[in-house]
Design a protein. Structure first.
Length: 404
């Protein structure tokens, strides 16, 4: 039995009031809330260990370095990377994708092909468009269907001997669709293409095994998995990370610097220029511990229950349409109410203490596909309850009445 009421006690923010009502936080796909166990690690770091890392012989610096490197090992173990130097700690998913896209500038030439999907967040579109502009490579798109699923038959046709890279999200942030990444990776490798999986939305729900997936790059953000903002990870196979040039130049990423020539540090430091988000990295490790203690099997089972419950209740409201109806989806419900603008519904829900995201969710091509300006997105986490879903349903009914 999943003890959600006990879990909720770990999250201080869940007991606050918003606009005079108990907060109902359904914007988990934008950022998750932070348990006390992670907040304590942040306070402890600044109270006892704050120092720069990899630089000082003094005790504080060495202790902070140890904590940071232990966090890297936690990330390695969580994603089952073969080596800890295959884990680059970045500022988040966006940074990780840009790092890889920038690196491929020196590996692609005019006429090479790269494949994206119709279901991507702008973070997994724009850096690659910039890469194509720099190199003359051609961007191809795996189309989607009305259910918000990728059309795999078309993917098979898009892959050619010229395909060098495929980049797809594991789970769509706007619709919640879980994409068939095992198939995508296997097929890409058959034509010799590398694959980057954007795991920003999967990591709060699933524990990915990068070796089992045989994926070349996997990226995620800590703030979507109970960790702080401004920190995230890039997993890259050792061979690929060795092939890519550094992204940024600066302190820590060098072996030796003279005015004639600079040589670079070994992995992972080659990609970690400047003072990193040390406290954030350590807290990321604590967030991974926290989520593993709750257990990803428990999380998946409970969130699925929430998804089914909410889908049934919301669909009972006349004029409500859900976008993203794949059977294979996670706990995200994107919907609209007749022709009412999503922003208006979101504003009324906020007055009732309910936090949802409205708009295009940084996925404009998906909105264009459905020919809508945006949606109302309710995204559930393992600390949400069916009672909160009832509050949302009542709120949506009220908004409909007020705005119709
Ligand atoms: N999506 C959402 O509300 P950053 O901002 O770098 O941590 O993550 C970017 C990102 C990349 N890919 C996917 C699939 C994402 O969902 C996100 C972030 C949030 O949907 C904020 S826009």
């Amino acid at each position: 039995m999943f003890k959600v009421n006990d879990i909720r006690k770990d999250f201080p923010i869940l007991s606050r009031q918003v606009n005079g009502k108990s907060l109902v936080y359904f914007d988990n796909a934008a950022t998750s809330q932070t348990p006390q166990q992670v907040i304590d690690v942040i306070v402890d770091y600044y109270s006892n260990y704050n120092a720069n890392i990899h630089r000082g012989v003094h005790t504080l610096s060495q202790e902070a370095t140890d904590l940071y490197e232990q966090a890297r090992q936690k990330v390695q173990a969580h994603f089952n990377a073969k080596f800890s130097h295959e884990i680059i700690l970045t500022s988040g998913t966006t940074h990780s994708i840009n790092l890889v896209a920038n690196g491929f500038s020196s590996l692609l030439k005019k006429g090479d092909e790269v494949i994206v999907s119709a279901l991507e967040h702008h973070s997994n579109i724009v850096p690659w468009q910039m890469l194509c502009e720099r190199t003359g490579a051609i961007l191809k798109v795996i189309p989607m269907n009305q259910d918000g699923e990728l059309v795999m038959d078309d993917y098979d046709i898009l892959l050619t001997k010229n395909t060098k890279l495929v980049f797809v999200n594991h789970i769509s942030n706007a619709l919640g669709t879980i994409n068939p990444i095992e198939y995508i990776i296997e097929k890409a490798h058959k034509v010799g293409a590398a694959v980057l999986i954007d795991g920003a939305q999967s990591c709060p729900h699933i524990k990915p095994d990068v070796q089992k997936l045989d994926v070349d790059f996997y990226v995620a953000s800590a703030h979507k998995m109970c960790g702080p903002t401004g920190v995230g990870m890039l997993y890259g196979k050792e061979d690929w990370l060795n092939k890519l040039p550094p992204y940024q130049g600066g302190g820590e990423m060098i072996a030796e610097v003279t005015f004639e020539k600079t040589t670079y540090a070994n992995l992972p430091h080659k990609f970690e220029a400047g003072t990193p988000n040390i406290c954030g990295g350590i807290a990321f490790g604590a967030a991974i511990d926290y989520m593993n203690n709750v257990g990803f099997n428990n999380i998946a089972k409970y969130e699925h229950e929430l998804l089914e419950y909410a889908t049934e209740k919301l669909l009972a409201i006349e004029g409500l349409k859900i976008y993203g109806t794949s059977k294979n989806k996670t706990s995200v419900i994107s919907f609209n109410l007749n022709s009412i603008h999503p922003y208006d519904v979101g504003t009324i829900l906020d007055k009732l203490g309910i936090a949802v995201r409205t708009g295009h969710h940084c996925a404009q091509p998906i909105m264009d596909f459905y020919n809508i300006p945006g949606t109302i997105r309710a995204s559930f986490s393992f600390y949400n309850t069916k009672a909160e879903i009832d509050t949302l349903v009542e709120g949506v009914k009220k908004a409909k009445m007020m705005l119709s």
